[in-house]
Design a binder for this molecule. Sequence first.
Ligand code: NDP
Length: 531
Amino acid sequence: MSSGRSSVAVANTSLTVDRLDRLTDRVRSTTDETIAVEAPATADRIGSVPDCSDADVDAAVAAAREAHADWAATPVDQRAAVIDRFSELVVDHRAELLDLLQLETGKSRQTAAEGLFSVPSACEQAVDRGPEAVADEPRGGGIPLLTTATVTYEPVGVVGVISPWNYPVTLSMADVIPALVAGNAVVLKPDEKTPYATLFLAELLERAGLPDDVLRVVTGEGGAVGPALIDRVDYVAFTGGTETGRAVAERAGRNLIDCSLELGGKNPLIVLDDADVEEAARGATTACFANAGQLCLSAERILVDESVFDDFLEAFVERTRQLTLGTAYDYDAEIGSLIDAAQLDRVRSRVEAAREAGATVHTGGRHRPDVGPYCYDPTILTGVDPDSQIACEETFGPVVTVQPVESTDAAVAAANDSPYGLNASVWTGDRSRGQRVARQVDCGTVCVNDGFAVGWGATDAPMGGFGDSGIGRRQGDEGIKRYLEARTVATSRVGPLVPSDQLPMGWVVEGASTAWQAGRRIKRAVRSLRR
Ligand code: NDP
C-alpha cells in the first residue's frame, strides 16, 4: 500500500506511513477500490483508504446492530466511564492526534489544538448529563391521582454519523459521544479527505473499553457510502454543506428515520455603536479567519454601525495584516492551508469576481504558494455588491466583507437577510444591550462580545441552525435526547377507563365536567399565586 507515496509529508511528525496503514486497517472492506489521501500542506499523497462498497456498509451496520444489544444493556454509568477514560486518552495522546490532524487538514497547530480540546469537553458533557438524560421521567397522568405516566428512554439503535473534513475530530465526536452514552452503536463515515484522526479516535475508544463493533468506521465517496448508510441505520447525524444536507434529509425522510443536520452559514458579526472597536477587531480576526475560514461558525459578513465604521475597519485591517500563515508542526502560525485545490479555486474566483465588480481589497486577496500549495491570505473586502455570490453564499474560506449600517435595527435586518441562521456575534460595551439585540437575530447561537468560541464552548447548551443551516441540535441535553426513543408507560389505578357498568353515562359526563371545572379553577389560582 505504500507504493507511490511520499514519506516527506510525515517527516516532521511523530507519524510514519506504516502507522497510517495500520489506522487504515481498522476499516474492514472487501473491495480493492481505494481513494488517495493527500496532505494539503504539501499536496503529497500520504496514503489511501478503502472506497467501501454497499456490502461493506451492510456488514458494518450488521456488526454494529449485533453489538448494540449488549451496549444498550450496559448501565449508563459504565458507558459514561468508558467515555471518561477515552477523554483522558485523547489528552494523553495529544501529540499524535495533533500531528494527524495537521497532516490531513493542513491546519495550523493552533487551530488543531482548539479542535482537539473540544473532544474532552464533549465527553465531560456526556458523562455529566448522560445518566440523567436516559433516566425515566415521571409525568402527569391524564386523570390526577387515578392515572400515572412515566416516560422511559431507549436508544434508537444504530446511529449513522457523516462528518466533514474541516474539523474531523470535533465534529465527528460531537455526534458520536452523545450517541454512545445514550446506548447506541455507531457507524461513522469521515470525509474521505480526512480519515486518519477519526480512525485514531476509534482506536482510542477501543482502548478505553468500548466493546468491539459498537463503533465501526466506513470510508469512501460520500455520494455512494452516505446513501448506503442512511438506508441501513436508525438515525443519521450529518454535518456538511446545505445541498448535501437536503439530500440526506430526503433520504432519511423516505426511510422514516430521524436526523440532525448541521449545515452551512453566512454568519454575521455586528459591531454596535458603543463597541470597543479594538476588542471587536481582535475578536473578529479569530471569528473570520480561524481554520482559514473553513468553519461553519465563521463570520463572513461584518456589519458595523457607521459611527464606528472607519475606526473598526482600520483596527481590523491592521490586526489581520499581523496574522501569520504557516503549516509547520509548531505553534508559531495562526492560519494554515485550505483543504484542497477546489477550495482554493472557490476562494480565488469569488475574490476576483468581487474585485472586478469594484470591491476594495483592504488586505489579502492573494494565493500564497510560497507558504503552501493551497494557502491564501486572510482577506477583507468592502464595497461588495450585496446581491453578489460572495455577499450571499458561504465561501468557507479566509474572506470577509465589511459593510456600514446606519442603525442597530438596520444591522439586525441585514443580519437576518439570509436563508442561513447558524451563528452570529454582537459586539457592544453594554452586555445587556448585546443580549437584547441577540434575541432579535435569527440564528441557533448568538455570541455577545465573542465570535463563536463562547457559544461552541457552552456544551451544556444546544447548538444548531435556523433555516438553511440545519435541523435539530447537538450539545446540551438536546444533543443526547435526539438519540433516544421516548416510550410513555401509562397506568390506571382504577381499572379500565371505560364507562362503568354501574354508573349511567349521563352521571359520568356531569361528574367529569364538574371535576374538570373545579380542577381548572384550582390550576388558575395556583398560576396567579405563582405570578
Ligand atoms: P459535503 O456536504 O459534500 O460533505 C460532508 C460529508 O458528507 C462528507 O463526509 C461527504 O463525503 C458526505 N457526503 C457527500 N455526499 C453525500 C450524500 N449524497 N449523502 C450522504 N453523505 C454525503 O461538504 P463538502 O466537503 O463538499 O463541502 C462543501 C461545502 O459544504 C463547504 O464548502 C461548506 O460550504 C460546507 N461545509 C460545511 C461544514 C459545516 O461544518 N457545517 C463542513 C464542511 C462543509 P465525502 O466528502 O467523503 O465524499
